[in-house]
Design a protein around this ligand. Sequence first.
Ligand code: NZQ
Ligand code: ZN
Length: 385
Amino acid sequence: MENFVFHNPVKVIFGKGQIASLGREIPKGSRVLFAYGGGSIKANGVHAQVVAALTQAGLAFKEFAGIEPNPRYETLMKAVALARAEKLDFVLAVGGGSVVDGCKLVAAAIDFAGDSWDIVRRRAAPTAAKPLGVVLTLPATGSEMNLFSVISREETGEKLGWGHPSVMPRFSVLDPETTYSLPARQVGNGIVDAFVHVLEQYLTYPAEAPLQDRLAESVLATLVEIAPAAMATPPDYQARANLMWCATMALNGLIGQGVPQDWTTHMIGHELTALTGIDHARTLAAVWPGVVVVQREAKRAKLLQFAERVWGLTEGPEEERIDQAVIMTRRFFESVGVPAGLGGYEVPADVPEAIAARLAQRGGLPLGERGDLDADGVRRILEAA
Ligand code: NZQ
Ligand code: ZN
């Protein structure tokens, strides 16, 4: 096991009816920027619950609507301008990963004197971020309990990830009932995103970290177990509750401590979204099959462990077990409505070349847990996918 420092201060407030506790969690006298997306929270009653909780606590607030999926820098800077003009000092993000990620940048940028884009491209660290609270409505990204944020910029066509401890939420309210209004497509996306988050921290090489392995495997196995009920209509509370907690556990840092990680699928996936607009989770299902073709030898030991412990494959030659584990994973993605492999999506023929060039140009290479994937490796992954 490698050395690590693990500090996750996010207070998780979980379960039905918990939005009412917002008034207790936001410091008295705060002036709140209540930020959300395109309006799903108005249709499902979450907006009304938040307004009631803020009003009851006597908190002053201003609303900012319209943070889009793959949140745009240009939109977020409008929220920053509102917060500055109205002297708002607490950011409340209500929505999915895009709203939460966007609000992390807003919280960091309000008091930032320089060019806020420098925060995203990691040329500057935020100085003093405003405190952030979250009401999560889409289990997927883990953003509610981590320090990461992924921001898109319309002007340059970039989609970049950054992170800073100062933007970890002070609290996150996770009410599974807020997910009842999700379209099936977003539930399936969330299941795949959480599953791949675990794979990126697990499917590398053995690191004598059996606890991290078993934690990762239990999140994977739980996702497989609950997926049919989580996809069912009418929504099932227990399945949605378990999905929500799995997605948070998949990327709150715990399972990845002291072990090698490989974010290749995500790095390529972000480029694919930037180029084509394909949903984040769908890019992961598109790319991952290519990663396991190209990195099969590098990942052999963990692929066999994954085959045995997640998919119950203990018999037959090694090659067959690995093949079967990949097939079962692809079928799992498809079972929640997310096509596996690039062939399931409409993408321009030059995508492998274009993505390899974009990553190389930005200095985003090499990828892989051993740093052995250069531009040619990225191209081969996309061709195999
Ligand atoms: O905008 P509204 O109207 O709210 O609609 C959203 C949006 O259209 C809708 N939605 C959310 N909750 C809903 C709902 N619709 C009905 N009922 C509800 N309860 O769902 C749509 C997608 O929302 P979005 O927030 O974009 O989805 P997701 O949570 O999957 O977030 C994706 C973003 O997170 C980034 C991705 O790259 C992408 O930009 N990620 C962030 C990570 C992190 N911070 O750690 C890690 C991830 O790997 C990922 O990269
Ligand atoms: Zn993801």
